[in-house]
Structure formats: C-alpha cells, structure tokens
Write a protein that binds this ligand. Structure first.
Ligand SMILES: [Zn+2]
Ligand SMILES: [Zn+2]
Length: 124
C-alpha cells in the first residue's frame, strides 16, 4: 500500500476512482460520491469511492452490486476505478466540501485514531 505524504502509514487506505483522487489531491470541487460495493454471496469483495460520472460511464449497477451481475461488464478498468486513496485525506476533503457519500460508507475504521499523538498517549 502506498504511504500518504501527509499522513504517512497512519492512514488506512481505501480505493476511489481517479476523479475522486484528483479532487482530493488538488482540493477540487465537490463530487457526487458513492461507496460502490461489490458482493459475492453476500460477502464484500470490493468497494471503492466512485463519482457519479464513473458509475454512469461504466454503466455500473447500483451499489451494492453482485459480482456475478450480468450488467457488470468484465472490463471495468481497475486503474481508473480502484486507485488507492488515503482515507484521512478523503475525509478532510469530504468535510471541507460538505460531500456526503451515498451507500454504506464505513468512514474511518473503528479504533483508528484521528491523530498519531492521541494513539500514543492512549498506549501509555
Ligand atoms: Zn470518477
Ligand atoms: Zn493522507
């Protein structure tokens, strides 16, 4: 997993489409973001923060989608739709832009400290 230049290895990394990554990386304008999840037999196989444009362009079925859904084209470009992103950077952008994520977006994982200092203090 890549290391965030700002948050280091602290960050839990999620996946997002390239547009969301660019918006977060450049502090760009708000996008319509969906926590797009793909299930196989009810188990989550894949999830990514996708903009509405990507969902439309790739004709993705609504989230959560089944991996064996025939509407799911096999040539979904992972390099465009599954770019690793730092969840802390995403959260900062999301809160600054007032973006709400559609779908069961888990946010920052439980037990994940918002600041490295707080975690160190708690461990003392
Ligand atoms: Zn996109
Ligand atoms: Zn970061």
């Amino acid at each position: 997993m890549p290391v965030c230049a700002r948050h280091g290895e602290q960050g839990f990394h999620a996946f997002a489409c390239r547009d969301v990554c660019v918006a977060v990386g450049t502090g760009g304008a708000a996008l319509e973001v969906t926590w797009w999840q793909c299930l196989l037999d009810g188990e989550s196989m894949f999830a990514s923060l996708l903009c509405a444009g990507c969902i439309a362009t790739h004709r993705l079925p609504p989230s959560p989608a089944a991996l064996d859904d025939p509407r799911l084209s096999e040539d979904v470009p992972h390099q465009t739709l599954a770019v690793p992103i730092c969840i802390r950077c995403f959260e900062e952008w999301r809160l600054a832009r007032g973006v709400s994520v559609a779908g069961p977006y888990p946010g920052v994982p439980a037990g994940w400290s918002s600041s490295p200092d707080a975690e160190q203090n708690a461990a003392k």
